[in-house]
Design a protein around this ligand. Structure first.
Ligand SMILES: Nc1ncnc2c1ncn2[C@@H]1O[C@H](COP(=O)(O)OP(=O)(O)OP(=O)(O)O)[C@@H](O)[C@H]1O
Ligand SMILES: [Mg+2]
Length: 198
């Protein structure tokens, strides 16, 4: 089957899209424990970038599990497949010239490595939203830690499923006690340093 497929060159090169948009395309891959603040940060950064005229979108764990990845569960093989697909989706959107803010726990080093491998040579930056398990568990806005502790949810990251702390992150947001606004500012500064936006 695969042998009968022919790949077509894009008729509009990415550089032309970037020149028209006035910024580079990129994937910002937010990883971190449930409750660390990935979605909150991604949504807040999106708003700032959008209002400044940049082409930006958010891909979020909970949302894609209702659509693109409906049918996948939380066993390790399904979680790996979930992340592989969203990395491919992030790449497709970045190829269209956008800044993609992808918010997924991505608990294993190999998940984050695979995402990077899929997206590169397009710009890929791993942003580790770091909080202690204590902080995440105290926030628990969805009540998931409580359920996991009670044994009502199995394979919950940080409780009975591992979270391998990123040691190759391009940016670490220490999000235990700083405001959302401070995190947003760190990310905007980072994007300027990397010349994704100016
Ligand atoms: N900097 C912050 N300071 C205090 N509370 C925060 C901060 N950032 C986010 N929060 C709060 O923490 C909770 C979890 O945030 P959020 O939903 O963004 O986490 P998440 O990493 O996306 O989790 P999940 O993986 O479950 O989707 C929310 O109630 C949010 O309002
Ligand atoms: Mg979230």
């Amino acid at each position: 089957m695969m042998n009968n497929l022919t790949q077509h060159q894009q008729s509009v090169p990415l550089e032309d899209r970037e020149a028209k948009n006035g910024h580079s395309a990129a994937v910002l891959w937010f990883s971190g424990l449930s409750g660390s603040g990935k979605s909150t940060l991604a949504m807040a950064v999106q708003k700032v970038l959008f209002e400044a005229g940049f082409q930006v979108t958010v891909l979020d764990g909970d949302n894609v599990r209702h659509g693109l990845n409906a049918g996948l569960g939380f066993a390790e093989s399904d979680r790996n497949e979930n992340l592989r697909r969203v990395a491919e989706a992030s790449k497709l959107i970045a190829e269209a010239g956008m800044i993609v803010l992808s918010s997924f726990i991505s608990p294993l080093a190999k998940n984050r490595q695979l995402a990077r491998k899929i997206v590169e040579p397009l710009n890929f930056f791993e942003i580790y939203v770091s909080v202690t398990l204590d902080t995440a568990e105290q926030r628990d806005p969805k009540g998931l830690y409580k359920k996991a502790r009670a044994g009502e949810i199995k394979d919950f990251t940080g409780i009975d499923s591992p979270f391998e702390e990123p040691d190759h992150a391009d940016l670490v947001i220490v999000n235990d006690s700083q405001s959302v606004q401070e995190g947003v500012q760190q990310i905007i500064t980072f994007l300027k340093e990397k010349r994704i936006i100016s």
